[in-house]
Design a protein around this ligand. Structure first.
Ligand code: PLP
Length: 291
């Protein structure tokens, strides 16, 4: 895929196309050495006949971007400016990649140097994601190192914000891979299931979909929200719950869900096989594809 980049200047409300292969960021940008900024990654689906693009959960993403900015005391992002930037990027990506039917867009607001700075670029869907959608993933549980709901007394941990500080998440993923698993599943110090490094977990128990409460110390996922909003149509109820590893192991189905991976079956946790509900996996993927 030919990738495309736009630079967004929140100060002047301008969007300019730039070369993704050329350096764009001064080393003094606080995103670069403090991870001090926020981002969103959205899935874009392109209709092969009309070439029209759908940004999945567009408003859910922007609402979270807005609340992440507020959590970090960044200036409120201007909806019109960011929408214009994403639309322009998508139009350029479709023009540059005539056969494409799916890609992701990552948009970022950094605290910058002298002033905040934004950018957005396209990201191709990796083969590993396509395989995970079809075959599911394995995971190992890993200690998150803090108790559930710690954010209530330590809001500066920014647990509900989608910040650029992902080094811990990346380290957990490397640890999981070194154990021979595809994914990590964070567990709080006091035994509550939280999330994966880049995904929420959803389980089915009977006619209930359950997922950890974002207030427990995890990101409120747009994909989880989209699926829960459709639960009624699948004749399922949907709730937040404090789940243990045993709850996941004994579930009637479990999924890692996020914007780009969509919904992937959790096949095994800590080397133990889980029940699979592939019919529901397909329903979830269909709901997400429809945006
Ligand atoms: N949790 C974390 C830590 C994530 O990074 C992500 C997505 O990137 C998610 C959950 C899932 O969020 P969404 O469904 O909005 O992609």
């Amino acid at each position: 895929m030919t990738q495309v980049l736009v630079l967004i200047d929140p100060g002047t409300s301008t969007v300019t196309t730039a070369d993704l292969a050329s350096p764009q960021l001064p080393v003094t940008d606080l995103a670069a050495h403090r991870g001090d900024g926020i981002f969103e990654t959205v899935l874009v689906r392109v209709n092969p006949d009309t070439r029209e693009a759908t940004v999945v959960s567009r408003e859910r993403h922007f609402a979270r971007f807005h609340s992440s900015a507020s959590a970090l005391d960044l200036p409120e992002p201007d909806r019109k400016l960011w929408r214009q930037a994403v639309d322009r990027l998508i139009a350029e990506a479709i023009a540059a990649n005539p056969g494409t039917t799916e890609f992701a867009v990552r948009y970022t607001l950094s605290r910058g140097g002298d002033a905040p700075r934004g950018w957005a670029f396209t990201v191709p869907i990796e083969d590993a994601i396509v395989t995970a959608r079809a075959e599911g993933v394995s995971a190992v549980s890993v200690d998150r190192g803090y108790d559930a709901y710690v954010g209530r007394r330590a809001p500066w941990l920014l647990l509900g914000a989608k910040t650029l500080s992902y080094a811990v998440n990346q380290a957990a993923l490397r640890y999981a891979k070194a154990q021979g698993a595809d994914e990590a599943l964070f567990i709080s110090r006091d035994g509550v299931v939280l999330e994966g490094p880049t995904a929420n977990i959803v389980i089915r128990r009977g006619d209930h979909l359950l997922t950890p409460d974002p207030a427990a110390g995890l990101l409120a996922g747009t994909t989880q929200r989209l699926l829960f909003d459709h639960a009624g149509r699948l004749e399922l109820k949907a709730d937040y719950a404090d789940l243990s590893v045993d709850d996941v192991l004994s579930a009637d189905g479990a999924w890692f869900v996020s914007s780009v991976r969509t919904a992937v079956t959790l096949r095994a946790l800590d080397g133990k096989s889980l029940s699979r509900d592939e019919a529901l996996t397909r329903e979830f993927q269909r709901i997400i594809a429809a945006g």
